[in-house]
Design a protein around this ligand. Structure first.
Ligand SMILES: [Zn+2]
Length: 328
């Protein structure tokens, strides 16, 4: 079990936070809380630092922050120039989370990132996650959401989890129950790496049966489920649909179609769009060659406009939605 640096101000089981409709919310970033007036376009799913090896591999998650700054600064400068004002970073425990590195990159580039608490899916889960009781996981998440991550001074903005493609394992179910309770206690959103609709449906069932709120659930990688009826079924229950595989010209028509169908079905205020790109990879020499963050603002959005999507709708998709999804 990792140390909880600050004693949580809230505790697992606390269920008194209910936002009123006009509550002022903030996106909790590496550079502090940001209100909607502080921000413009936000990318809800891009990576700065990821290690997809498992925790037991030599060198896992290790890098000199100066090297990450050197590699990633041009990519962040470019996306800033393209009008993006913040990125939600979706790398939790299990894929080499380094909040200290995210903070260093943010400070070097004056660019806010939204760091997660939470853990990825099997087989990336370290032994302490297997061993931890649900209550302890919940308290750990609340500690990071209300205090800081591993003594870095970085407060977690949201909760990232994952599910095995064919269905949640027992440990993944334990993690999601803990996440649902931490979400209720803090108002934080849960986002899950989930590729199949029936698995996302089971996750939403579990969240609701634990007292959680579907409107605080982001189905990450929803576009990988070919049955759009399931997308809309879960959106009808309140969940966010994240179409985050944008970036290949050959796929643009499909993403424009998914967005249009979501809008036509009345779920425009629950759609998120991103590229799932980046990143510094410690498994590769020099961190490898990141994929740039600029395709969506520079190439995809003009195509969306050319396809007849109104400016006000594009503003909703790129500004309002990612803020509302992850702010609390
Ligand atoms: Zn990702």
């Amino acid at each position: 079990m990792q140390d909880v640096v600050n004693a949580p101000r809230l505790y697992c089981g606390f269920a008194a936070i209910r936002e009123s409709a006009d509550a002022v919310t903030h996106l909790i970033t590496t550079l502090g809380p940001k209100g909607s007036d502080d921000l413009g376009m936000i990318l809800p799913h891009e990576h700065v630092f990821v290690d997809l090896r498992t925790w037991d591999q030599p060198g896992y998650g290790q890098a000199d922050p100066a090297d990450v700054i050197r590699l990633m600064t041009p990519y962040i400068d470019a996306v800033k120039s393209a009008g993006i004002t913040a990125i939600v970073e979706p790398g939790p425990i299990g894929v080499g989370r380094r909040a200290d590195i995210l903070l260093a990159v943010s400070q070097a580039t004056d660019f806010p990132l939204v760091a997660p608490t939470g853990v990825y899916r099997e087989p990336w889960l370290p032994p302490w996650v297997h061993d931890a009781a649900e209550d302890a996981l919940c308290d750990w998440m609340i500690g990071e959401l209300t205090g800081e991550i591993e003594g870095t001074g970085v407060q977690a903005g949201w909760i990232k989890v994952g599910a095995t493609d064919t269905g949640m394992t027992r440990v993944e179910q334990k993690v999601l129950r803990a996440a649902a309770r931490a979400s209720v206690a803090t108002g934080a959103t849960i986002g899950s790496h989930t590729v199949r609709g029936e698995v996302a449906r089971a996750q939403l069932d579990l969240i609701e049966s634990t007292g959680g709120d579907a409107r605080r659930f982001v189905w990450i990688h929803a576009h990988t489920e070919p049955d759009v009826a399931i997308h809309h079924e879960l959106a009808r229950r309140g969940a966010w649909l994240e179409y985050d595989g944008i970036g290949e010209p050959a796929d643009d028509a499909r993403f424009i179609d998914l967005i249009r169908r979501g809008l036509d079905a009345g779920f425009g205020e629950q759609l998120l769009i991103s590229m799932d790109r980046g990143w510094y990879d410690p498994a590769k020499p020099g961190g490898g060659v990141p994929r740039p963050f600029t395709y969506l603002p520079e190439t995809f959005l003009p195509q969306l406009a050319a396809a007849g999507i109104e400016d006000a709708t594009i503003r909703m998709l790129t500004r309002r939605n990612p803020f509302v999804a992850f702010a609390r």
